[in-house]
Design a protein around this ligand. Structure first.
Ligand SMILES: Nc1nc(=O)c2c([nH]1)NC[C@@H]1CN(c3ccc(C(=O)N[C@@H](CCC(=O)O)C(=O)O)cc3)CN21
Ligand SMILES: CC(C)C(=O)C(=O)O
Ligand SMILES: [Mg+2]
Length: 302
């Protein structure tokens, strides 16, 4: 097993000009696959509310649900650092609640750090969680938990005033103790400017190539939903096609009666199966090809 990635590894990657690779994961199987593929960071994103639960926003996700997914991902991860998203309303009501909930993600979920959305207004919250020895990743720009405030999933920081505010928020988060910062849905020029001005790593999603790292939702990069195509998503595979194709092939064989075949069946010591449309002396489903239907099979004494 390679050495575990820590928040210190990530800082070193920025200092040496090497990119940070982050991807979301929601279960142990994907965590194992993405870790094996070379992820530095696995994010248990509250995007699970949309891609796993089927909601149209991340707002309904609860602390208990985040902890459940974090336990699965941390079991599957080997080398990668695992970050847990703090869900909507788990850190906004008070600094005390924020520290308690961040602590639950670490103690019960097993993650190495937490992420929360927001700027200077959460500097005190970030400082308090950091004081509790829990590293915090910030998240600025298009912050999905503020979908109603933003009026939709809209790119942020396009004009000079909005860009300056995001830069000031980034600097406030760095001062408050964040070890890294996600920049989502901002112009590439702003991504470059913030990356250049901060000593902590920036990890972009729709924030241009100059960021110190990049993150995508795993289901997006794998091409699992052909109907979700924001500009920042690149599909590196067509799992939608692979999955519908594979499952469709299974269903076709089930309907044709050609699955399960000999290789996938167990046998009795006292009974023998005979297909009703085959001669009892010949083997069961032999001669049935393609979508040709075979009749019911009967157990007869050996
Ligand atoms: N599958 C998935 N991928 C994500 O990246 C993601 C989620 N879910 N859920 C939580 C948030 C929501 N996200 C979104 C959702 C939609 C757009 C979107 O439609 N963007 C427009 C921007 C339009 C504009 O302002 O110009 C686009 O065309 O990119 C962006 C981010 C990012 N996060
Ligand atoms: C898109 C990333 C940054 C995220 O916050 C999530 O997946 O919830
Ligand atoms: Mg999130």
């Amino acid at each position: 097993m390679k050495d575990k990635v820590t928040i210190h590894t990530l800082k070193r990657l920025k200092q040496s000009g090497q990119k940070i690779c982050m991807v979301t994961a929601y279960d142990a199987t994907f965590a194992r696959l993405l870790d094996e593929a070379g992820a530095d960071v696995l994010l248990v994103g509250d995007s699970l509310g949309m891609v796993v639960q089927g909601h149209d926003s991340t707002l309904p996700v609860t602390m208990d649900q985040m902890i459940y997914h974090c336990t699965a991902v941390t079991r599957g991860a080997r080398r990668a650092h695992v970050v847990g998203d703090m869900p909507f309303m788990s850190y906004q009501t008070s600094v005390e609640a924020a520290v308690r909930n961040a602590g639950r993600l670490v103690a019960e979920g097993g993650v190495g750090s937490v992420k929360l959305e927001g700027g200077a207004e959460f500097a005190e919250t970030v400082a308090a969680i950091t004081r509790a020895s829990i590293p915090v990743m910030g998240h600025l720009g298009l912050t999905p938990q503020s979908v109603h405030k933003m009026g939709g999933y809209v790119v942020q920081g396009k004009d000079e005033n909005a860009a300056r505010k995001i830069l000031h928020d980034a600097q406030a988060l760095e001062r408050a103790g964040c070890y890294a910062l996600v920049l989502e849905g901002v112009p590439a020029e702003l991504g470059w400017q913030i990356t250049q001005r901060l000593s902590i790593p920036t990890i972009g999603i729709g924030a241009g190539v100059a960021c110190d790292g990049q993150v995508l939702v795993c289901y997006d990069l794998l091409g699992m939903n052909p109907n979700f195509k924001p500009k920042f998503v690149k599909r590196y595979a067509d799992l939608h096609g692979s999955i519908t194709g594979a499952a469709g092939a299974f269903f076709a064989e089930v309907r044709a009666g050609t699955f399960p075949d000999e290789d996938h069946s167990f046998h009795s010591k006292t009974l023998r199966l005979v297909a009703s449309n085959a001669h009892p002396a010949t083997e069961g489903a032999e001669g049935a090809e393609g979508t040709e239907k075979v009749g019911p099979v009967y157990g007869v004494p050996v």
